[in-house]
Structure formats: structure tokens, C-alpha cells
Design a protein around this ligand. Structure first.
Ligand code: PMP
Length: 433
């Protein structure tokens, strides 16, 4: 049965990335687990594609989708319904002023597309700056601001996409007295931006924790300094909280740690908790100016009621059940477990991240910090054998950084089981080498 499945898959599916499909036929998913065709439970430490924030088939999401599809599914793009307005209101209530205007779309790339268009229209500029390990999508402007994947082979991107080094505390480019001198790194980065710019800077787009780029957490103080650099140049700051938003890091939004407010915020993955839903949120002023200048982003699924109803349920459940606190508590448990593994597994060079978005970086030795080659791939395969799915983030030059982002609904026992499997897989892989 599964042989036929794989041969049809090979014959019929376009491959959309270099990495292979996970070698399991998934028949169903529930809570923090997915089940393969042998009925085997696999713990889902990636929340699907970092999206199933409330676990798979959460009863309240099932109820919302069932009710909505039967009563209010999809509308003309200029027709409004209550779930849209209610979700906009709920999102604004969860955010600091002056973020007060919301547009609902479908995917992360699309939300960044819209955010960048607004930034261009508002500032009159067209240049967009991003980190060199950024991931904001694969569409036109989002893809042009994405540097964590290979850009070769697709022809020219829009001119005016500039790049600055990702501030990586584990592998700092600039150091002083053995410490990461992020201020000097940032000053240098913007000196380079100023040299390259044709005087048309529109925005800086950033994830508060770079997820696909390796679970990199810029040091405290960095984003406040970055915001000042943007203000000095009349650029907007766009935070892309596709992965970090909505309680995952232990705060409602990861930018809260830094006390820095973006001019435009984009949400996606976690907002739909597995359904395609994204949002762009900005200030009254930016919305007003863009409107006066004829802003257009009328897509087929803009402000669609079914997706909005799901988002409203997600935000309501997160607030009612205090999932920010849950993510903080479980994040502490995950961190303690990973640090304990680091005391016994020499290959774990670094443990990082926040709340239920954490990562470990594997190295050949802790002094040289040489990436650990294919060890990560072997550990991943062994974890899958033992019933745990986690993934290695892949960007040019990376090889062994694991990302862990289980659903916020995971139990203590499931989290501990995942850690025990990772422990076993690291041990088995070390013996294999
Ligand atoms: N932004 C970030 C931070 C992401 O991680 C992703 C997806 N990995 C995107 C944007 C793009 O989202 P989508 O794939 O839904 O277009």
C-alpha cells in the first residue's frame, strides 16, 4: 500500500525544495501528535509548519470551521462580516497603541507583500533592508527581502533590496574584549546601507527571533538601536511575527521583550493555527496616508469570514486560557531539559530561543564551533524512528541547527517524552559515528 503511495507521489508531485519528504504517510493528526499509516504516534515538535499553535484538531477550531463553512464561508472582497471586524478588534486589543488598523490575508508571504507595498507608498521610497538570514516568503517583494534561501536561478529581483549581517550572539562578527559588540556591528551595517542606498529607503523588515535563519535572538537593546537607525532615515520598521507572534515566545508578541513597536506588524502561521490566515497591522496615520494615495491590495481572500472566524477563536482561546503564561512555563521546562542534555552531549554547542520556540546548534567541538556536518540529519532520522518529528533549519552554510516549536497545548509528559527521544537519538548517533 505505501509503496504505491510513494511511487504515485514520485510520479505526480512537483518537488518544491531540495529536502526530501518525511518518510511517513500521515493519516491523521490530533493534539501534539500525528499518526502514520501503521498507527504509530509521532510527536509534532514543529506544530505542522510552525503553525498548529493550539495543536491539531483543537475542538474549538473544529467547531468554528464546521459552523462557519456551513453558514458564512467566503464573500465578495468588498463585503464585510462580523468575524472580520471582531478579529480586528481583538488583535488591536492585544497590541500596544498606535497599532490600530488591520487587514486580513491568507499567507505569510502575502502579508509581507502588503506591508512592503504600504511602506513604499507611505515613505515614497522603494529600498528595503533585511538581515542576511531573513525569511519572509517566496513571493515578489517578500522573496526579495529573503536571504536565508538560495536566490540563484530566478532572474533579477526588484532593485533596492539591501542586506545587513544578522546579529548572532553565538557567532558574532564584531567582538570587543571577547564579547559581541553588536552596536559596532549595527553601526557598520548602516554605514554600508548608507553607502549603497540611492536615497530611497522605505523599510527594514525583521523577525524579532530569526527562525528559519537559525533561531537567532538579537541581543537585548539591538532592536531599540535599530529602530533609531530607521527613524533617522525616515524608514518604517516592519516586524514579521509569523512564527513568534501570539504567545509562542512567552509574550503575546516577541517584540514586547525589546519595548520597541513596529510601524507595521505582520502575523501569519500562528494566527490561523494551521488554517491559511495572515494579518497586516499598522497605525491610523500610515493607513490614512496610504488610503489617500490609492493603496490597493484587493485579493480574492482578503477579509474572508471563514479564516477570520478561525483567527478569532485562536485569539480568544489564547487570551482566555492564558497561553502566554503556559508558553513561558513550558519554555522553561524545555530550556532546562535542553541545558541538561548539553551537559551530557558534547555535540550541543548552543541552546537558544524563547518560550516554545527554541533551538540547539550542533558542533564538532565547542571551541572551534565547527558545524557538525551531517550529524543533524542523522539525529533527525533517528528521532523519527523513535517517534519525534523535529526539523533542521536550512539556509546556505547551515547544517545542524534544530528548531523546536511544539504546540502550546503540549502536555508536560509529551514535552519530556520528546526530550527523552532526542537524548536517545543523540546517544545512538554518537555511537554510530
Ligand atoms: N515570514 C516568516 C518569518 C516565515 O517563517 C514564513 C514561512 N516560513 C513566511 C514569512 C512566509 O509565509 P508563507 O509560507 O505562509 O508565505
Amino acid at each position: 500500500m505505501t509503496d504505491e503511495f510513494w511511487s504515485t507521489a514520485r510520479d505526480r508531485l512537483i518537488r518544491y525544495a531540495a529536502n526530501d519528504f518525511v518518510p511517513a504517510v500521515i493519516e491523521r493528526a490530533a493534539g501534539a501528535e500525528v499518526f502514520d499509516s501503521d498507527g504509530r504516534a509521532i510527536l509534532d515538535f514543529t506544530s505542522g509548519q510552525m503553525s498548529a499553535l493550539l495543536g491539531h484538531s483543537h475542538p474549538e477550531i473544529v467547531e468554528t470551521v464546521s459552523r462557519s463553512i456551513a453558514t458564512l464561508d467566503h464573500l465578495f472582497s468588498w463585503m464585510l462580516s462580523r468575524p472580520v471586524v471582531d478579529l480586528a478588534e481583538a488583535l488591536v486589543a492585544s497590541l500596544p497603541a498606535p497599532l490600530s488598523k488591520v487587514m486580513l490575508l491568507s499567507t505569510g508571504g502575502e502579508s509581507n507583500e502588503a506591508a512592503i507595498r504600504m511602506a513604499k507608498l507611505f515613505t515614497g521610497g522603494h529600498e528595503v533592508v533585511a538581515f542576511d538570514q531573513s525569511y519572509h516568503g517566496v513571493t515578489h517583494a517578500s522573496g526579495a527581502a529573503t536571504f536565508a534561501i538560495r536566490r540563484a536561478g530566478y532572474g533579477p529581483v526588484a532593485p533596492g533590496n539591501l542586506v545587513v549581517p544578522t546579529p548572532n550572539p553565538y557567532r558574532p562578527l564584531f567582538t570587543r574584549d571577547g564579547r559581541h559588540d553588536w552596536q559596532a556591528e549595527l553601526d557598520h551595517a548602516f554605514a554600508m546601507v548608507d553607502r549603497q542606498s540611492v536615497g530611497s529607503l522605505a523599510a527594514f523588515i525583521a523577525e524579532p527571533i530569526l527562525s528559519t535563519g537559525g533561531i537567532i535572538e538579537p541581543p537585548p537593546g539591538y532592536f531599540a538601536a535599530l529602530k533609531r537607525k530607521c527613524e533617522e532615515r525616515g524608514m518604517l520598521l516592519i516586524f514579521d511575527e509569523a512564527q513568534t507572534g501570539l504567545c509562542r515566545t512567552g509574550d503575546w508578541y516577541a517584540f514586547q521583550r525589546d519595548g520597541v513597536r513596529p510601524d507595521i506588524l505582520t502575523l501569519s502561521k500562528t494566527l490561523g493555527a494551521g488554517m491559511p490566515l495572515s494579518a497586516v497591522i499598522t497605525t491610523d496615520e500610515i493607513e490614512q496616508v496610504c488610503h489617500e494615495r490609492g493603496f490597493y491590495f484587493g485579493t480574492t481572500h482578503v477579509n474572508d469570514p471563514l479564516a477570520a472566524a478561525v483567527g478569532l477563536t485562536v485569539v480568544t482561546v489564547l487570551a482566555r486560557d492564558r497561553y502566554d503564561e503556559t508558553a513561558r512555563r513550558l519554555g522553561g521546562r524545555l530550556r532546562d531539559g535542553l541545558l541538561e542534555l548539553q551537559t551530557r552531549h558534547e555535540v550541543i554547542g548552543d541552546v537558544r530561543g524563547r518560550g516554545l520556540l527554541q533551538g540547539i546548534e550542533l558542533v564538532t567541538d565547542r571551541t572551534s564551533k565547527q558545524p557538525a556536518g551531517d550529524v543533524g540529519a542523522k539525529v533527525t532520522a533517528r528521532c523519527l524512528d523513535l517517534g519525534l518529528h523535529l526539523n533542521i533549519v536550512q539556509f546556505p552554510g547551515s547544517s545542524s541547527i534544530f528548531r523546536m516549536a511544539p504546540p502550546l497545548t503540549i502536555t508536560d509528559a509529551e514535552l519530556d517524552r520528546g526530550l527523552a527521544i532526542l537524548d536517545q537519538a543523540l546517544t545512538d548517533t554518537a555511537h554510530q559515528a
